[in-house]
Design a binder for this molecule. Structure first.
Ligand SMILES: *Cc1c(COP(=O)(O)O)cnc(C)c1O
Length: 398
């Protein structure tokens, strides 16, 4: 193996997986791992799902790509299905979460300009994550990710998360706001959940101001929290909703859904993409939604999430160094009082694939096909690792 020809953007663990089956991965040496990462909240159906594999093989043999200069039957079917699940009117298909968010940002700007707002601006959140293209990086609330890429794009106003008064204060002196963009459950930022009352106030405020409420469900959507979309734990419906990660079960696909006025903003020529929404990736989306439904994986995600959180709480509550255990469904965070990136290597040594985000939060986003056996296995593998880590590693000096 040689990594020297790969650009130095990641610092990968020295493990390469050769294949997967269900919720387990096997490395090139044949060692088995329980997967609690799912390719970063992507592989909801786990690995080598037989129905998914067969459908994709058939589609591969029929048609992969034609371009958006022709109608794409599979894209139209996926658009209808995902819009009905989300109570949205239409969808644009992209190839990643960042591109889905780019589409949302462009909708908001054009919406503003069509209403005569100059310098149309968007309220974004602290600790938000929307991607790494220049526009989405500018919307993202991570100084670490932004550093060195200035000048960042203007047109974003940042406020603290879960702080409605901060939004009202911005509205008082800034007449150029046209939209709010937020995650209802922040993923990369460290698994932070928005209060239902806060979301309801944002919805009402957006209606009053004629702003668009744009909810980034790239990580929290497609069944991960036990609902199709995490905002469906409340009565709030967004105007614009970017999707990606879990939508294609590993095939790169993103989507930006819109409703009402936001769904009427684009006309031909305003936006586009060569690859987006082709027959092959659209079949991946269609098959994913169909299997999540037919196998009852939304209810399963909620149930397994309860089992895992209860297990973690039983083992870790009161352990010095464990600050919080939180999340919804199979989007779970264990926050420690110190940076804990080292947990990942300890997990790999024991046959567990996991992840750390925001420096000190162990993020668990396993495949939605977990059974009770996998949920219990995860708890019994992870808890000793955390306890050993806390016993050996001193907290960083404040
Ligand atoms: C991962 C993520 C993105 C970016 O998606 P990419 O496919 O990496 O471009 C955007 N928003 C949220 C909430 C995410 O979790």
């Amino acid at each position: 193996m040689s990594a020297q020809y790969v650009m130095d953007t990641y610092n990968p663990n020295p493990v390469a997986f050769a294949r997967g089956e269900g919720a387990y991965l096997y490395d090139t040496e044949g060692k088995r791992y329980l997967d609690a990462l799912a390719g970063i909240a992507v592989n909801g159906l786990g690995y080598a799902h037989p129905v998914y594999t067969k459908r994709m093989q058939d589609q591969l043999a029929k048609l992969i790509h034609t371009s958006n200069h022709f109608r794409v039957v599979e894209q139209e079917q996926l658009a209808e299905r995902v819009c009905k699940l989300a109570k949205m009117d239409n969808a644009f298909f992209a190839n990643s979460g960042a591109e889905a968010n780019e589409c949302a940002i462009k909708i908001a700007r054009l919406y503003g300009h069509q209403r005569g707002v100059e310098n149309a601006s968007i309220i974004v959140m602290e600790k938000a994550w929307h991607g790494r293209t220049l526009a989405t990086l500018s919307a993202t609330g991570s100084r670490k990710a932004q550093a060195g890429f200035e000048p960042l794009m203007g047109g974003f106003v940042r406020v603290p998360y879960n702080d409605f008064a901060a939004v009202e204060r911005v509205a008082e002196h800034n007449q150029s706001i046209v939209a709010i963009l937020l995650e209802v459950l922040q993923g990369e930022g460290g698994i932070h959940v928005a209060d239902a009352a806060y979301l309801a106030k944002l919805r009402e405020f957006c209606d009053r101001k004629q702003w668009l409420l744009m909810i980034d469900e790239v990580q929290s959507g497609i069944g991960r929290t036990g609902k199709w979309f995490a905002h469906q734990w409340t009565n709030v419906v967004p105007d614009v909703m970017p999707l990606a990660k879990g939508l294609g079960s590993g095939v790169p696909i993103g989507a930006c859904l819109a409703r009402g006025a936001a769904a009427k903003v684009f006309k031909p020529g305003n936006h586009g993409t060569t690859f987006g929404g082709g027959p092959f990736v659209s079949m991946a989306g269609l098959t994913t939604l169909e299997l999540l439904e037919s196998e009852g994986l939304l209810a399963n995600a909620a149930k397994q999430g309860e089992i895992i959180r209860a297990g973690l709480k039983q083992e870790l509550s009161g352990v010095p160094g464990v600050k919080d255990i939180r999340g919804k469904g199979l989007m779970i965070g264990v926050e420690l009082d110190r940076p804990c990136g080292n947990i990942v290597k300890r997990g790999l040594a024991r046959g567990l694939v996991t992840n750390v985000t925001a420096d000190s939060v162990i993020r668990l986003v396993p495949p939605l096909i977990y059974g009770e056996a996998q949920s219990k296995e995860l708890v019994s593998l992870l808890c000793p690792i955390i306890k050993e880590f806390l016993a050996e590693a001193q907290p960083a000096a404040a």
